[in-house]
Design a protein around this ligand. Sequence first.
Ligand code: C2E
Ligand code: MG
Ligand code: MG
Ligand code: MG
Length: 275
Amino acid sequence: KAKRSGKSNCLFYTIQMKEELLARNNIETVLREALKNDGFKLVYQPYMSSQTGEAAGYEALIRLKNHNIPPSVFIPVAEECGLIINIGRYVTYEAVSQLRKWKQQGYEPKPISLNFSCKQLKDTQYVECLKKILKDNEIEPEYIEIEITESILLEKAESTMDFLYNLKNMGIKIALDDFGTGFSSLNYLTYIPMNKVKLDKSLIDKFFELNNLSAVENIISLAHSLNFQITAEGIEELKQYESLRNIDCDYFQGYYFSKPLEVIEIEKIYFNKQE
Ligand code: C2E
Ligand code: MG
Ligand code: MG
Ligand code: MG
């Protein structure tokens, strides 16, 4: 077998790195442009209540209007270049405005969850900004839930805890997203002010693969004993829904129920709005 020389290896990596840098810079340009020219939109994915079988609320997920770049690609770039702060503010403003529009149209709005990157902690004005947006739109804080991931907690910094308590004290709900992808220390669940734990799709899939639902059942009963509710993410099949409902899971989200939808589709399907 031919052995690659160190030199060509080095060249290879240099070209690759250059391409990545170019791609990254292009994405950054796209994001700047989108912030300036109304190039983002939100789609909404319902989560269903096991009690009622109906949508209990919606998760707001950001999209670029004119590009096919998914958030899993552009959010990390936005975090790296700091644009995530303005993107986070846009998402907050857009979602709360949507709640106001629904209220004005006579629909009883349901809560909206917002994804919050740990880099948004740098936005020291965020809580004030959220308060103002809620007040301007006459929306109660109970209608907003903030989804954080455990990466936000790794440092256990005092400022992070202050931030979370400020949200809690103003009446905002907090959910721990993607549980089961990182360290998933149950320890986190005991010291952060939280309302909900979202079990990641990968964790759900893994336990179904292993045919071991008792592990999930244990996580759910532990969370319940700490007064958190549980959402199972990434439900794609009826049998997943049924077995998780049997072990007391509170909410369900996934393609089995609905993909993320445009506002107009949410209104048609979940509000029975006529055109
Ligand atoms: P997430 O918060 O864990 O959101 C769940 C992701 O899984 C969404 O992808 C959703 O479309 C997808 N999903 C939902 N149900 C299913 C299913 O049954 N099967 C499969 N295969 N996938 C499902 P999306 O919209 O591409 O978002 C990816 C990630 O990007 C989100 O993960 C979140 O971390 C981040 N993100 C999205 N919108 C925002 C935002 O406004 N702000 C921030 N900071 N992050 C965001
Ligand atoms: Mg989420
Ligand atoms: Mg998630
Ligand atoms: Mg996830």
